[in-house]
Ligand binder design. Sequence first.
Ligand SMILES: [Mn+2]
Length: 372
Amino acid sequence: MIKFIHSSDLHLGKAFGLFPRDVQVRLRQARADVLPRLAALAKDHAASHILLAGDTFDQTTPAPSVIRQALNMMRVADHVTWVLMPGNHDHANATELWRQAAQDAPPNVVLQLKPEPYVLTANVTLLPAPSTERNPGRDLTEWFDSAATSETLRVGLAHGSVTDFNASEDGASSIIAPDRARRAGLSYLGLGDWHGQLQIGPETWYSGAPEADGFKHAQTPSVLLVEIAGKTAPAIVTSLPTGTINWQRATLDLTGVADCSAMHKAMLPPLPDRAMTLFDLLITGRVGPLARVALEQAIAKVKPDFLWHRTDWTGLGLVHDTADLDAIDRQGALRATAEVLANESADDTLSPEARKTAQAALSHLFSFALEE
Ligand SMILES: [Mn+2]
């Protein structure tokens, strides 16, 4: 009866201000590139509609080029009808955004700015619950229960968190009734807000964002292909992967590890994937300074493979013994300095700050010694 793609949280135009400029550009581009990918999936699977359950745009005031270029991309993909509904980031009260969108929207783009039944096809009615503001604070899907839609099949679209099931992506209060689909006689309820894919009930799903925008959700970003054969038939939901940028946060725990560099090597993503990977590495445990320097060098060597790479060393402690200090020198001024620093970095009577400084200085000394 109908086959459509459900997605949400494209967050077009998101700035990613915490990353270096070139990475920001790459991440923004990846979000824009989602649109042709959705169009291609719709074509491959003969889906007639793409339903976007809010946060298509990251802000209530995106740059005009962000709106225009998104709509142009949708216009070209005219084998499918795009349905856009406001979420909390691009809520319906963002009048300038939706005015421009309405003005530039091609015939195959439909904006759902009001909570009113919309005839999707002769047999299917869409019930949208557009966000009215950043944090509406009430269940905007309530009207679904009593919405009159004659004999058609009903599909709901909403944005926000479901009571008792999950937290909101932005920390807002949970509002949507988890059994809304059953109560309102929906064949399917497509949700946005949560950026990971998540099934809430037999016919209620968060599609998740089609391209990751943080390290929070571990699954591969995907959209949902939804096929409903008839009013009493259950929705057949298939997850189709769409993510291209890999956000990977990993911990390397060196406690009791004999060969740190080998362990580091084993945890790295395959070489061809690294240019598309943001790798956030946390190192924990305790190692000797020689092992640390070897690991620093190994990390420095692979760092340029990655789109972005960060190493957090703050969780790693150092253990010293005399044999390690021999790597710096067996005697003389350098050796004497190294011994002072080694003692200070292990001296509990000193402040944590002072110990950390001594440890950092000692690490530098090892680095220099080992380079020679
Ligand atoms: Mn969102």
